[in-house]
Design a protein around this ligand. Structure first.
Ligand SMILES: *[C@@H]1O[C@H](CO)[C@@H](O)[C@H](O)[C@H]1NC(C)=O
Ligand SMILES: *[C@@H]1O[C@H](CO)[C@@H](O)[C@H](O)[C@H]1NC(C)=O
Ligand SMILES: *[C@@H]1O[C@H](CO)[C@@H](O)[C@H](O)[C@H]1NC(C)=O
Ligand SMILES: *[C@@H]1O[C@H](CO)[C@@H](O)[C@H](O)[C@H]1NC(C)=O
Ligand SMILES: *[C@@H]1O[C@H](CO)[C@@H](O)[C@H](O)[C@H]1NC(C)=O
Ligand SMILES: *[C@@H]1O[C@H](CO)[C@@H](O)[C@H](O)[C@H]1NC(C)=O
Ligand SMILES: *[C@@H]1O[C@H](CO)[C@@H](O)[C@H](O)[C@H]1NC(C)=O
Ligand SMILES: *[C@@H]1O[C@H](CO)[C@@H](O)[C@H](O)[C@H]1NC(C)=O
Ligand SMILES: *[C@@H]1O[C@H](CO)[C@@H](O)[C@H](O)[C@H]1NC(C)=O
Ligand SMILES: *[C@@H]1O[C@H](CO)[C@@H](O)[C@H](O)[C@H]1NC(C)=O
Ligand SMILES: [Cu+2]
Length: 600
């Protein structure tokens, strides 16, 4: 019996690994419809093939993808493939005004790209605030046989290793997100009317499921963190656990408080929605999940009661596995985890909590071990499981291990160039209004989404002026994010096309002209030997003073790509920059992509 099972495992492994790269056609039809099963009152959402979240896309490394979008909504849209390099296909990156024209109501677009990478990604709307309206779905690319796995760093016991490899083959995604009662257009209009930065949501979702459970005054006051208290100066969190729109958070700009709409900062209404259940089998020993943060607003802490996890890949690439009890995800990040199934059969609570000062909010789901009725197993565990984190994402015991993101080491390690051709120092902060933001000297207007795509004419600047960086192919570039003043949350910086190396970060003012100069003064703030290789990485929070982050990348894929903060209200508010990579080797744009897109 046992023997047969392990032979079975090997057979499955071989079958999958022998799979040839193929052409994968995927079609989504988008509609704008009422969602009744949500965490709050009915509101309209974007459905893909009548589903929310959008359906998962599973690929093998090397596959060619034809991703066909039919837009039946009453608004324009585009779809971006987050973390996908788009090597030699910059026209399929999904950014209106940069790589394509918006797909109009009734229109279609055929994105074509090659899955040359492996790992965890996701696709999502990249027009206005539409990611907040629910257009996101997971992408998993099964690595080819030649990719070396890091599991020997977890165990050398061959039977355990087989279990781990099988768990990895069967990895499923867990999409973590946040949800507003207001549509993205209503939020944007409320920001314009009030002048305020809208930094709160109504619920957190686990695979699209969640509830609104108002925590109540006593609980909110009890859990208000020291950082929040020092900013509140005697005031209280609102009934939604939100920091009220005080000057410390909104800055010294004009505001119209009477234009605040319900749920923007206040107005909690408890509502029972759906709750996600993850079925597992103790006999599998391990289960693997791609945790994907499609959150628009919040940094989220994730934990499963009483279960340790090995984080083994980040942003689609393997790392040296790290054993943790909880980990936080910034918007746009993906962490792949192996959960060891070594606990008594029963139900265990899966917890999600916001960790920023902006709001206290949490969500739960359930990890359930399959009951084997025929066996002599002990009866299912009855009592509730023991949390590792509380509703603010803080550890509940001194033994809780929370992932230290700075300790991550890629597997295998790669080293970037020691010198660069260009250094861009980007001033990160608010821009003239509380809800406007900059990554430089001016703010990237939302209206630019409707301009002629820069990919079609890299010589035009269209008013992007200082927010357009031009590079030559096969050169190295540094971006320094100078978060010059508090109070600012961590900004999850996402770069389209190829990944960057996270080479340095620190507290304090950035007062250097280059990384080389800074390394003479503060070498301990840099890591050029084992830097992380990421597509999304957050600047350090600026709580009491300035902070900075240094990213380095190699220009290898000519095209027009966006780099931006993945907090949607910051992106809508202009926290973005256009990178024209390899202007000396600019590609010829296929005619079919110059229009709204080819018809399939
Ligand atoms: C669709 O949008 C247009 C323009 O925003 C608007 O005039 C029209 O009333 C909308 N139609 C429906 C059915 O919502
Ligand atoms: C497994 O063996 C390899 C090679 O000897 C070694 O590098 C690795 O540390 C071992 N792993 C564990 C978990 O002991
Ligand atoms: C490997 O792990 C399995 C399952 O935990 C265990 O039964 C076996 O004894 C281990 N083998 C060795 C050599 O430790
Ligand atoms: C403030 O908002 C209210 C409500 O929308 C509006 O009636 C009023 O004109 C606004 N005040 C100013 C100064 O814009
Ligand atoms: C938040 O956590 C509390 C405490 O564990 C729990 O009772 C509550 O159900 C959670 N809220 C949601 C919406 O799951
Ligand atoms: C959380 O972890 C820290 C650091 O290990 C520890 O000092 C603290 O006591 C822990 N909190 C609780 C509530 O145990
Ligand atoms: C941009 O301008 C340069 C220099 O004038 C020219 O060589 C190049 O062909 C232009 N590129 C495009 C795509 O028009
Ligand atoms: C922003 O302005 C400063 C001086 O005010 C200038 O040195 C810098 O080059 C500008 N940045 C960009 C990206 O144009
Ligand atoms: C640069 O800033 C650091 C701390 O942020 C400070 O110690 C140092 O003296 C500054 N250097 C100059 C030249 O101002
Ligand atoms: C750009 O540079 C990369 C890295 O050297 C190279 O692989 C690629 O072929 C170049 N692209 C073009 C269009 O020359
Ligand atoms: Cu931001």
């Amino acid at each position: 019996m046992l023997r047969l099972r392990s032979l079975e495992l090997i057979a499955v492994l071989c079958l999958i690994q022998l799979a040839w790269a193929e052409l994968v056609r995927f079609h989504i039809t988008l509609t704008w419809e009422d969602w009744h099963e949500g965490p709050g009152a009915t509101r309209k959402m974007i459905f893909a093939n009548r589903q929310f979240p959008a359906p998962p896309l599973r690929l093998n490394q090397g596959d060619d993808v034809e991703f066909h979008v039919t837009n039946l909504m009453n608004k324009s849209t585009t779809v971006h493939f987050h973390g996908i390099d788009q090597t030699n296909t910059p026209w399929s990156d999904g950014v209106p005004g940069l790589s394509q024209k918006p797909i109009p109501p009734g229109g279609q677009f055929l994105y074509k790209w090659n899955a040359n990478q492996y790992g965890s990604y996701f696709y999502h709307a990249h027009t206005r605030g539409q990611i907040e309206d629910g257009l996101y779905g997971s992408i998993r690319i099964q690595p080819s046989v030649s990719v070396e796995k890091p599991f020997h760093l977890i165990t050398n016991n061959t039977s355990k290793r087989h279990r781990i490899e099988l768990a990895e083959l069967r990895t499923s995604s867990i999409i973590l997100s946040d949800w507003r009662q207001l549509t993205s257009e209503q939020s944007w209009n409320a920001e314009k009317a009030t002048g305020l930065d809208s930094y709160c949501v109504d619920a957190l979702l686990i695979n699209g499921k969640g509830s609104i459970q108002c925590l109540g005054r006593a609980t909110l006051d009890k859990y208000t963190t020291p950082a929040q208290k020092s900013l509140l100066d005697g005031k209280h969190l609102t009934d939604t656990g939100c920091m009220p729109p005080i000057k410390a958070l909104e800055g010294p700009f004009p505001h119209n408080y009477s234009a605040i709409v319900p749920t923007m900062f206040y107005g909690c209404r408890s509502h029972q929605g759906l709750s996600e259940v993850f079925q597992v089998k103790a006999a599998d020993r391990f289960v693997s999940y791609d945790l994907i943060s499609a959150a628009a607003t919040n940094t989220l802490m994730f934990s499963i009661d009483e279960h340790k996890m090995y984080v083994y890949a980040v942003d689609g690439r393997y790392i040296e596995p790290i054993r943790v009890d909880a980990l936080s995800l910034a918007n746009g990040n993906r962490y792949s985890v192996l959960v060891e199934l070594d606990k008594p059969v029963g139900d265990y609570t899966v917890r999600l909590a916001t960790v920023g000062v902006n709001q206290i909010l949490n969500a739960t789901a359930t990890l359930t071990y399959e009951r084997n009725h025929a066996s002599t197993q002990p009866p299912p565990k009855k009592s509730s499981s023991i949390p590792s984190i509380d509703i603010t994402g803080m550890n509940t015991t001194a033994n809780t291990i929370v992932l230290d993101d700075t300790a991550i080491v890629p597997f295998p390690v790669e080293t970037p160039s020691g010198t660069v051709a260009q250094t861009h120092i980007l001033r990160v902060g608010r821009y003239e209004r509380s809800f406007r933001w900059t990554l430089g000297n001016s703010s990237y207007a939302l209206a630019l989404e409707n301009s002629q795509p820069l990919l079609f004419n890299p010589n035009s600047s269209l008013g992007y002026s200082d927010l357009t960086v031009r590079t030559l192919n096969d050169t190295w570039v540094d971006f320094i994010f100078d978060v010059f003043e508090p109070l600012q949350p961590p900004h999850p910086i996402h770069k389209h096309s190829n990944k960057f190396y996270v080479i340095g970060q620190g507290q304090g003012a950035w007062n250097y002209s280059s990384v080389a100069e800074a390394m003479e003064h503060i070498p301990e703030s840099f890591n050029l030997k084992t830097p992380q290789i990421r597509d999304t990485y957050a600047t350090p929070a600026a709580s009491t003073g300035p902070t900075w982050l240094a990213l380095r990348y190699h220009v290898v894929n000519p095209g027009a790509f966006l780099m931006h903060c993945h907090i949607q209200v910051h992106l809508s508010g202009g926290m973005a920059l256009a990178i024209l990579d390899g202007v000396d080797k600019w590609p010829v744009i296929p005619k079919e992509f110059r229009n709204a897109g080819p018809n399939a």
